[in-house]
Design a protein around this ligand. Structure first.
Ligand code: ME8
Length: 658
């Protein structure tokens, strides 16, 4: 019988700059899922690649004085090195400048054209080269793109259009029938709301740009970069060529893994393109959260990225992979810091896993002359704990809850530690000698639990798992369901080499050296030297009038203020107060926030319910006339009267304000 297939993809990354921790994250998560699914016996295909066309790429290349293709070649080689270093097991790597991709894009467009969904018109709009997307005037924030605050420019040109508007109802029906299509659930609601607000036809070609795939039959136009890019998921399987065996076997994809920044493209445009082309839709799109630096999304255009070379070089790929999966709740945002990394490394890897295995292995070496015990033990507390942990780990991995999965494994390690303390093998050895069957059974249980822990962490830390299994004397390192059953540790077999799995990090020394490194070493995206990519010249400073320096604050200082959009769900006057109003405000968090505002002189509570406001979400709580306020709303103040700040279009509660 044919095995169940599982086709998993990452976004294809822009190659206008080097990869950073955000790209590493998506790719490591995809690799972990791919390894886990293989372990469970599925027929996995794992695709990643690079998005090499578009205005952003064209501009970066011009700034560096190289051709877009040369820039792409340089950066792609860095991606290859980095993925190799991180032991990413992708089956294919697609570049959008390849012929197979060009053919795939044309095949998709041909089908959309045959369906009658494409027409020629003229397009005028605000274009953000950073996001490669047009935005309606009403969505701009301070004249900049609403997603990432990039500058926008007005473009007017002849264009091919896709009848996206015709797909609104079909998309909504599809979401209703397939609620699992968009994950996590909160993002499902976001996308549905976006589509419900109405879809306009989409401009899908450009004439002013030359760096792209020529439009079939009209080479004056190039294909819009998102139609080009999204098609990679089928072109990489041979769609549009004569060899469609991979397409037939793996399409539709089981999972498109993306960051939440590009959810709309994957959950609205892509399914609409596929419906138009008459192709099956992917089973799921997962939009994960962002790694933040100083509370802002790390991004190449903001220039606040972490390139983890020093950490990778010093601690190796496994430690970084572990940190990324353990630290971020999959689906939510998380902050990256070197301190956080080192803290976790020492606590979980050097102390937790490293110590537990070193302690047990040292006893086996001492008492059994470097061999595994000769007695198995079928019925004991550790076996019961291990069975329970394996079950929980499996459920968590199936639900992509990596944090919970890893926590379960660490619980098993803690249980082993407690078991060793309780059974005191050294006492048994002293009283009964090293041949004591009880001593063999106790240590068998500990070593077997470590073997299971190694198997369970293998999708996250493949190299470390291999080393630990070798130390435990496991010659057959097949990773499958069978390896998760109790009793896989061979008896009486030689243990493997010694070696410390995770040497403890000296935090002070690390930061001391990192300071020197920052001054002397360029930052790189992969373990190779940085010179491979020509630097962009620094932009000239803008001649604008500035306040006196003492009055200026840095962007980091401003970024510490967490401004978000809130929706007032309930409001009432605070008893005995003329001005204070108590509100329950939806900030997109699991529970509503109670906020008290001095706006009752100008607003009645009933006027406020349902209104969108702007809130300082990270202000210390304060108590006003005995009522706690957990946040502050913003209002313009004129002669003491408040005028609430709002947003000029409906956006989801919790949307950030910059
Ligand atoms: O958007 N935190 O490419 P891109 C977490 N070419 N993940 C992050 C991140 C961060 N701070 N920054 C980036 C593109 N990512 C298009 C995609 S797909 C058909 C075309 C990750 O180079 C995350 O997966 O800007 C995000 O979606 C992706 O990198 C964007 O990469």
């Amino acid at each position: 019988m044919a095995r169940e297939t599982f086709y998993i993809t990452t976004p294809i990354y822009y190659v206008n700059d080097l990869p950073h921790i955000g790209h590493i994250y998506t790719t490591v998560v995809a690799d972990t899922i791919a390894r886990y699914k293989r372990m469970r016996g599925l027929d996995v295909r794992f695709l990643t690649g690079t998005d090499e066309h578009g205005q952003k790429m064209d501009r970066s290349a011009k700034q560096r004085g190289v051709s877009p293709k040369d820039l792409a070649d340089q950066v792609v080689s860095r991606y290859h090195e980095l993925w190799k270093h991180l032991e990413i097991t992708n089956d294919d790597f697609i570049r959008t400048t390849e012929k197979r991709h060009h053919d795939g894009v044309h095949a998709v467009i041909d089908r959309m054209q045959t369906k009658g969904d494409i027409y020629k018109g003229s397009y005028g709009g605000w274009y953000c080269a950073g996001c490669e997307a047009f935005y309606p005037e009403t969505q701009l924030v301070d004249g900049k793109c609403p997603d990432q605050g990039h500058p926008v420019e007005w473009l007017q040109e002849e264009s091919y259009f896709f009848r996206l508007s015709a797909y609104q109802d079909r998309l909504l029906a599809f979401y209703r029938e397939h609620p699992e299509f968009i994950r996590p659930e909160s993002r499902y609601n976001e996308v549905v709301r976006f589509v419900e607000m109405g879809l306009k036809d989409l401009s899908i070609s450009r004439v002013s740009l030359k760096w792209g795939i020529p439009w079939p039959g009209d080479p004056e136009h190039v294909v819009y970069v998102w139609l080009d890019a999204l098609s990679n998921y089928v072109s990489a399987l041979g769609f549009g060529s004569r060899k469609t065996a991979l397409y037939d076997r793996y399409w539709p994809a089981a999972l498109h893994l993306v960051g939440k920044d590009i959810l709309r493209f994957h959950c609205v445009y892509w399914p609409a393109f596929l419906m138009s082309a008459g192709l099956p839709l992917p089973r799921q799109v997962f939009g994960h959260g962002w790694w933040l630096r100083d509370e802002r999304k790390m991004s190449k255009s903001l220039g606040n990225v972490v390139r983890p070379d020093a950490l990778l070089e010093r601690f190796g790929p496994d430690a970084l992979r572990y940190f990324l999966l353990r630290e971020m709740t999959f689906g939510q945002d998380a902050s990256f810091s070197d301190e956080g990394f080192l803290g976790r490394y020492n606590a979980d890897l050097a102390n937790g896993l490293g110590n537990a295995s070193a302690r047990v292995l040292a006893m086996a070496r001492r008492y059994f002359e470097g061999r595994t015990p000769t007695e198995r033990c079928e019925d004991n507390a550790i076996r019961a704990k291990a069975a329970e942990v394996v079950g929980r780990w499996r459920d968590a991995m199936d639900a992509f809850e990596f944090q919970r999965a890893l926590e379960a494994v660490w619980e098993l390690l803690t249980a082993v530690d407690g078991y060793v303390n309780e059974k005191a093998p050294w006492g048994i050895a002293k009283a009964e000698g090293a041949s004591s069957p009880r001593l063999h059974r106790v240590l068998y249980n500990c070593l077997e639990a470590l073997r299971l822990a190694a198997v369970m962490v293998s999708p996250v830390m493949p190299a470390m798992a291999g080393r630990l299994l070798a130390q435990l004397g496991v010659a057959d390192q097949r990773l499958d369901d069978q390896a998760l059953a109790w009793g896989g540790l061979p008896t009486g077999q030689p243990l493997g080499g010694e070696g410390v799995l995770f040497p403890r990090a000296d935090v002070e020394a690390f930061f001391g050296e990192a300071k020197v490194d920052e001054n002397t070493k360029p930052q790189t995206g992969a373990p190779a030297p940085a010179e491979a990519i020509a630097p962009a010249p620094a932009p000239a400073p803008a001649p604008v009038a500035q306040p006196a320096e003492a009055d200026q604050i840095g962007i980091e200082e401003f970024a510490r203020v967490k401004l978000v959009v809130g929706k007032i769900r309930a409001a009432e006057r605070v008893p005995k107060s003329k001005k204070l109003i108590r509100m329950d405000v939806d900030l997109g968090e699991p529970t509503l926030r109670q906020i008290v505002g001095g706006i009752g002189g100008r607003y009645e509570p009933e006027q406020l319910v349902g209104r969108q406001i702007v809130v300082v979400a990270n202000l210390k709580p304060a108590t006003l006339m005995g009522v706690e306020s957990r946040g502050m709303l913003l209002a313009a103040s004129l002669d003491g009267a408040p005028f609430l700040l709002g947003v000029d279009a409906e956006v989801p509660p919790g949307t950030g304000v910059k």
